[in-house]
Design a protein around this ligand. Structure first.
Ligand code: PHE
Length: 454
């Protein structure tokens, strides 16, 4: 077997499941998922989301793992090798470049929001915020602006976040990324369960939350909402950017890809649902509405924390959860770039990390300043942060995903794919290929068009 250019491996199947779930379950699950469910009316959105996880995100997730295993190199060289080995043009590797650009942009955004989570954790810890007299939307919004709109503090927290991520990645696949997840994933699960149980026992709103999340009222779902569900399924599973391809290339040879993929999809979805079960009871109990947009966890939730029993403990658990989720996801965006630079420049992991992080940090600084000094800088009335977000979510991620689905679905012979995936049932294998050939590309193309035409 080709052992790769001295590539590291995860320690075991569970090691991989921990890091992949850590990567997938991030700000997308705990910050974004609750507010887009809220904006799109709850249960019906959830139904589309679950279908999209199963028939769009999971098949592409499997395709990325497969490419990583077959390629056994960094993203670009993996795709090139697999394409050539199956008699196709090596230029399919363009899809890997799209992925690298995507993780570069997304990580610069992620480090800004990740910085906010660290700032909120620190503030809550120092009691500078729950005891802020009688919180209302105005005072919590002011607090949010104090974090995001102050150039010095925004840059400092963004820097702290990216430096932590860099230390993890520089320490290695097993000694850095896997070790971080071994420590933090149990903590994430514990905090999440604690907050969900709190929602069930300490508020009277659990029943309403269950109805809100699981009662499919299809009349409340717009076509745009349905596409947002597909787009989010995609983002939350971290597919389309080569992150899972890189992680898949570190899988020990005896691990079946199909089962590992399904496990991660189930765990990632469970984290999103538990986050909903934790957050909505708190909102409902304070008479707050769910459809409040991106400010939900930073502006709206703090109002509730302030007015409830044990509010500070709950707030502390919540912001710790948010920070942990962000910290376990960020390495998966940095690693594909570091792996690429390390192999291509034939340099050490630490040097590669330093070079990549310097670039990501610079773009991140510009993103962070979008909320203060550079808020005027932009195009079409959007600042740099919003433009980058749109570029990544509406163009790069979907494009990468479509190309991966088409490449694996149409270019790789099925004899090539069934063995490695470890899917025993021919029926499931056929369904997977059908999803890659038609369902996923069409659904993701619809998301992309919708994003571009808006
Ligand atoms: N899935 C992560 C989240 O839900 C985000 C992510 C996207 C991570 C792409 C890696 C690659 O927050």
């Amino acid at each position: 077997m080709d052992t790769g250019n001295g590539r590291e491996r995860w320690s075991s199947r569970w090691g991989f499941i921990l890091v992949a779930t850590g990567a997938a379950a991030g700000l997308g699950n705990i910050w974004k998922f609750p507010y887009i469910v809220g904006e799109n009316g709850g249960g019906a959105f959830m139904a589309v989301y679950l279908l999209a996880i199963a028939f769009v995100a999971l098949p592409i997730f499997g395709a990325e793992l497969l490419l990583g295993r077959l390629g056994n190199r960094n993203v670009v060289d993996s795709i090139r090798r697999v394409a050539r080995a199956s008699g196709h043009d090596g230029r399919w590797s363009i899809l890997a470049w799209i992925g690298l650009l995507a993780v570069f942009v997304v990580l610069s955004l992620y480090s800004v929001v990740g910085g906010w989570t660290l700032a909120y954790l620190a503030m809550t810890f120092a009691d500078g915020f729950v005891s802020a007299a009688a919180a209302d939307t105005e005072s919590t919004a002011r607090r949010f602006t104090a974090v995001t709109g102050n150039p010095g503090s925004a840059i400092a927290w963004q820097t702290a976040f990216i430096v932590l991520t860099a230390i993890v990645v520089a320490s290695g696949v097993q000694r850095g990324i896997e070790r971080l997840c071994r420590w933090l994933m149990p903590l994430l699960l514990m905090l999440l369960l604690l907050l969900a149980v709190h929602g069930a026992v300490a508020t009277d709103e659990f029943g309403r939350t269950l109805r809100f999340l699981f009662e499919p009222q299809f009349e409340r779902l717009t076509p745009g909402g349905a596409l947002a569900a597909v787009g989010h399924a995609f983002f939350t599973m971290s597919v389309g950017v080569g992150a899972m391809l890189t992680f898949g290339s570190y899988l020990p040879a005896d691990v079946g890809l199909g089962r590992a993929g399904v496990t991660v999809a189930v765990l990632d979805t469970a984290v999103a649902i538990l986050a909903g079960l934790a957050i909505f009871p708190i909102l409902f109990a304070s008479g707050l509405e769910p459809g409040v947009g991106p400010g939900m966890v930073f502006v709206t939730l703090p109002i509730a924390f302030d007015g409830m029993p044990y509010g500070r403990m709950v707030a502390l658990s919540f912001f710790a959860l948010l920070a942990v989720a962000a910290l376990t996801s960020a390495p998966s965006m940095l690693e594909p770039m570091v792996d690429f630079v390390r192999e291509r420049a034939a340099c050490g992991r630490k040097a590669a990390t330093a070079a990549v992080v310097a670039a990501v940090w610079s773009l991140g600084v510009a993103q962070a300043l979008s909320f203060s000094s550079w808020s005027e800088l932009g195009l079409l009335g959007q600042n740099l942060f919003e433009l980058s977000d749109a570029l990544a979510s509406n163009i790069l991620l979907p494009l990468g995903g479509i190309l991966i689905a088409l490449f694996v679905g149409w270019m790789l012979p099925s004899s090539h794919t069934s063995g490695e995936l470890g899917i025993r049932s021919p029926w499931v294998h056929r369904l997977w290929r059908l999803a890659l050939r038609f369902i996923a590309p069409l659904a993701v193309a619809a998301v992309m068009l919708n994003g571009l035409l808006r």
